[in-house]
Ligand binder design. Structure first.
Ligand code: BEZ
Ligand code: FE
Length: 295
């Protein structure tokens, strides 16, 4: 650690940290006390470590201020910051259960919406999102293999221009929806094959990535949130195999077990009896839920 060489300065610095730590000693909530003590210790150690200049402190405040100003109902710059710093994936890792065989989790991201439309099993979630038709199916089951009837499967994805519906003007809902599994745990729907896309990079987080020589791209993926009673809610994606960005996801979300190769088909009959008029793609992926940890 590059703390100061000067004993007087070192004592002055430590005195600040100790007083701030002590100010949280009486917090009535023990967890708040624990978290704030640790935060202060690490934050102060960080400032000492880099010998933070006043100008740099000012730059950081300006950065956070810009993040606040650009954040609204549709844009969440703070989640984005957490994502590009790997804090989101670290939090996922810390909280993931080691349930043998459960589908691995990944970042939630900022583009989920609570009131997405319900779709029938086999329905089309694209509703105007452009791209190659993509038929996704599989089963939702427990780690012991039991199919989960009536699980709620929320899905959201970008169109082939790399945009989510919420990034367009207006209120249109496209490329998202939710459905319930059948008694065999089966789910199936049509959407469009996702494309790689940049995370929103016209704000302070984008400036940070540019300054660091990092790219904003995420490999192509489709988001899932899967919920069923007695099970831990799963938040994950499936990634498209072969994507050039799989090894440099801007938000560190890729896990090998989530990378799947889509099958490519010419126009013709699909498994659900429909006849896509052009090329289409498909993928099968089972979603395996860990037991709820409150049991
Ligand atoms: C997403 O995959 O939707 C996403 C995740 C993190 C940051 C930006 C977007
Ligand atoms: Fe995404």
């Amino acid at each position: 650690m590059t703390t100061t060489e000067h004993p007087l300065a070192a004592r002055r610095e430590e005195a600040v940290t100790e007083r701030v730590l002590a100010s949280f000693d009486q917090s009535p909530d023990p967890r708040l006390r624990e978290v704030m003590h640790s935060l202060v210790r690490h934050l102060h150690a960080f400032a000492r470590d880099v010998r933070l200049s006043e100008a740099e402190w000012g730059t950081a405040i300006e950065f956070l201020t810009r993040a606040g100003h650009i954040t609204d109902e549709r844009r969440q710059e703070f989640i984005l910051l957490s994502d590009v710093l790997g804090l989101s994936m670290l939090t996922v890792a810390i909280n993931e259960q080691d349930a043998q065989g459960a589908t691995e989790a990944t970042v939630f991201g900022p583009f989920f919406v609570d009131d997405a439309p319900e779709a029938p099993l086999g329905g089309n979630l694209a509703r105007g999102a452009t791209g190659t038709p993509f038929y996704v199916s599989g089963r939702v089951r427990s780690v012991d293999g039991t199919p989960i009837d009536g699980a709620r499967v929320d899905v959201w994805g970008a169109d082939d221009d790399g945009y989510y519906d919420v990034q367009y003007d207006g209120d249109r809902s496209a490329g998202r929806g939710w459905l319930r599994t059948d008694p065999d745990g089966g789910y199936r729907f049509w959407t469009v094959l996702p494309a790689p896309y940049p995370i929103p990079h016209d704000g302070p987080v984008g400036d940070l990535l540019a300054a660091a020589g990092r790219g904003p791209m995420r490999p192509a993926h489709l988001h899932f949130k899967v919920a069923a009673p007695g099970h831990r809610t799963l938040i994950t994606h499936i990634f498209v195999a072969g994507d050039p960005y799989l090894d440099r996801d801007a938000v560190f979300g890729v896990k090998d077990s989530l990378v799947v190769e889509p099958a490519h088909h010419p126009a013709g009959p699909a498994p659900d009896g429909t006849h896509p008029r052009g090329d289409w793609t498909s993928m099968t992926f089972d979603l395996v839920l860990a037991p709820d940890d409150h049991h």
